[in-house]
Design a protein around this ligand. Structure first.
Ligand code: PTT
Ligand code: SF4
Length: 612
């Protein structure tokens, strides 16, 4: 089999054993890699109802057929497990040297089971797999941990690690890698922590088997240059994702004060231009042609790498407009290994709950020192409030009560990213139907919606666009596993990806050949959720209540007095279900499942809930 290493490494931390398992060509062609492999493995192997933070949960690290090859931006890896945040399927995607090293060690995926007896570093080097003590780094932040690992294994090693938040089972702890990479928003770092797994270090030296290596070498070299040239022309990587902040502010889509407001006159103080002016270093994932990891000094002189999500949620969403302070909270999230989106969402929610008298404490929007203290308490689960907030917004709202769930900005238990959709129906739908809880990564429809459609429309075209984008972003890119930014930010055509795929696998797929696997992945993720929540219905695909609450409408600015409407949203959701072939509860119909080759999986799901 070309294109895949053909092996999965299964590691049992409890028994300290490991074994290699071969997979079939049919498995590879059906699930492709990355998220496809992850959801299939987790669906088949996890019993419904298990504790995501118990030894029964499994962490899957999976790459795809084009991951790690010499082509634009292929340094990405998927990390997945049952999510401690949502209780459903969870995953994330991060740039790391593990991508290439895991393949060169001979694997397309890693399944980590059980729970170690003591803090452990898992070391993989070609044939070798070792369970090493990690006591020296347990309790340390991700930066110190990374340095410790580099000092022992060299800078070229692939590293995934967690900080104190993962160790302390903060439900939105992420996995970190390299200087500024982070992934696994729905608590993948907490899953590592629950297994007492501090770090994974991977080295490998085998070639990645390719059907047409000479052809791929030329193609890869030319395309790396071509995407880099596009970036030089566009200047995108000078500000990276943070360039979008002024636009969000202008169109009233910025989260301000726990999403209460949508724009702010001081937003310019924390935008991409300010970051560009303060840049001290630029980092990127392996094989990147357009590095977007732009770092500046925080207010203590430490390098902090900022993205739009981090700026928006740790800045305006907390009423903070000093970019060095935002960089400080961002540095803390990175070092503790806390997801910046959920971290910013939780802090904003808490300040809001205090202001409305629902939660104890004195934290106020704009109180930088207060946010620093609360973030530290969360990472260590210090005190009652730190412990409650470490559970995420939804659980915290339930603990605080007093109606605070009404302004908990989350879907399915995962905090929404930095797009305030009070009056952006299509983007609100994208959050609602994101398969891992609120995340913009699946379908960033917002710019198309605001620039090319009537904003107030709830038309079927918006639901179609959400599906189209999900197929590309959450299906294609998460399965072949490659960064999607060349396509999004530099207009690098999608037709390039089947070329890479065919050159390494020897297959002759066109772009449209990827859509069935993409739909299959989404349908199986739905079945995963259904098994966990048999009573689920369409309400699970609704965005936060605050976006429908007339009392929460802006009082001035471009969307003054406007807010989403429940009945219209519901019809938009129905369009989405119709296009996807899902029933009125949002479950793929039997016919859809059979069409996607999921009859066996459907039978397994049927034991838990009736399919229509
Ligand atoms: C991603 C989510 C994002 S999405 C951001 S900023 W973004 C936040 N980054 C965090 C961070 O940083 N530190 C931290 N402690 N927590 C963070 N949480 C947030 O995590 C990321 C880039 C970005 S930057 C985006 S959009 C694109 N995402 C891709 C994706 O999802 N798939 C894909 N095939 N390609 C992508 N390319 C881009 O990658 P999650 P990274 Mg991240 C510091 O993981 O869980 O998916 O959440 O991976 O290597 O850092 O690159 O405006
Ligand atoms: Fe990584 Fe950014 Fe480059 Fe994508 S564009 S590969 S996220 S550095």
């Amino acid at each position: 089999m070309h294109g895949w290493m053909g092996q999965i490494l299964r590691v049992d931390l409890t028994a300290k054993t490991w074994r290699r398992e071969a997979f079939t060509e049919e498995f590879a062609h059906t699930w492709i890699g990355g998220r496809g492999f992850a959801v299939k493995l987790l669906y088949d192997e996890l019993l419904p109802g298990i504790d995501p933070l118990g030894p029964e949960n499994k962490l899957v690290v999976a790459v795809g057929p084009i991951s790690g090859i010499s082509a634009p931006n292929t340094g990405k890896t998927v990390v997945a497990a049952k999510s401690p945040m949502t209780g459903g399927y969870g995953d994330g995607n991060l740039g790391t040297r593990v991508t290439e090293k895991l393949r060169k060690a001979g694997y397309d995926a890693l399944i980590i089971e059980g729970r170690a007896e003591a803090p452990t570093l898992l070391y993989i080097d070609d044939e070798k797999v070792e369970f090493l003590p990690a006591d020296e780094i347990w309790g340390k932040g991700t930066y110190e941990t990374n340095d410790w690992i580099y000092a022992r294994y060299g800078k070229g090693a692939g590293v995934l690690n967690i900080g104190q938040a993962g160790e302390n089972l903060v439900r939105y702890a992420v996995i970190r890698s390299m200087e500024g990479r982070a992934g696994g928003r729905p608590g993948m770092g907490a899953v590592m922590g629950s297994k007492l797994l501090k770090a994974i270090v991977v080295k490998g030296s085998r070639p990645i088997p390719q059907a047409f290596p000479a052809e791929m070498k030329v193609l890869g070299r030319d395309d790396l240059r071509a995407v880099h040239a596009l970036d030089q022309k566009s200047g995108w990587s000078k500000q990276g994702t943070t360039g979008v902040l002024p636009w969000c502010n202008e169109v009233a889509a910025l989260p301000v004060d726990n999403f209460r407001r949508t724009h702010h006159p001081e937003a310019w103080k924390v935008d991409g231009e300010r970051l560009e002016a303060a840049t001290v270093a630029v980092y990127g994932c392996p094989n990147c042609t357009m590095q977007c990891g732009i770092a500046m000094h925080d207010d203590r002189g430490r390098e902090s790498e900022l993205d739009y999500e981090n700026m928006g949620l740790l800045g305006p969403n907390l009423g903070l407009f000093d970019i060095a302070q935002v960089a400080t909270l961002n540095y803390m999230c990175d070092d503790y290994g806390i997801d910046t989106i959920s971290g910013g969402g939780v802090l904003g929610f808490y300040a809001d709950a205090v202001a409305r008298g629902a939660a104890p404490g004195s934290l106020r929007f704009g109180d930088f020192k207060g946010f620093e203290a609360v973030l530290t308490a969360i990472a260590h689960r210090d005190g009652e409030v730190g412990d409650i907030l470490a559970e995420g917004t939804l659980r915290a709202a339930r603990a605080f009560g007093h109606g605070s769930e009404e302004y908990a900005m989350q879907c399915k238990g995962l905090e929404v990213s930095a797009y305030n959709c009070k009056f952006i129906p299509g983007m609100a739908l994208a959050f609602g139907v994101s398969p891992i809880g609120a995340h913009h990564k699946e379908s960033w429809i917002i710019s198309y919606e605001i620039q090319q459609t009537p904003r107030e429309s709830y038309g079927r075209d918006k639901a179609q666009k959400v599906v189209d984008l999900q197929r590309i972003r959450g299906g294609l890119f998460e399965a072949i596993v490659s960064c999607r930014f060349p396509w999004i930010e530099e207009g690098w055509g999608l037709e390039h990806y089947p070329k890479y795929f065919n050159a390494v696998t020897g297959l002759e797929w066109q772009l449209e050949d990827f859509w069935p696997s993409s739909d299959r992945i989404y349908a199986l993720i739905k079945l995963f959720w259904l098994r966990e929540f048999p009573d689920t219905d369409r309400k699970a695909d609704y965005p936060p209540h605050a976006w429908f609450d007339p009392a929460n409408a802006d009082t001035e600015g471009p969307i003054a007095g406007k807010i989403l409407e429940y009945d219209k949203y519901d019809s938009l959701l129905q369009h989405y279900y119709d296009i996807r072939g899902y029933d009125r509860r949002g479950i793929p119909t039997r016919e859809t499942l059979e069409r996607l080759g999921l009859a066996a999986e459907a039978r397994a799901a049927e034991a838990f809930a009736a399919l229509s």
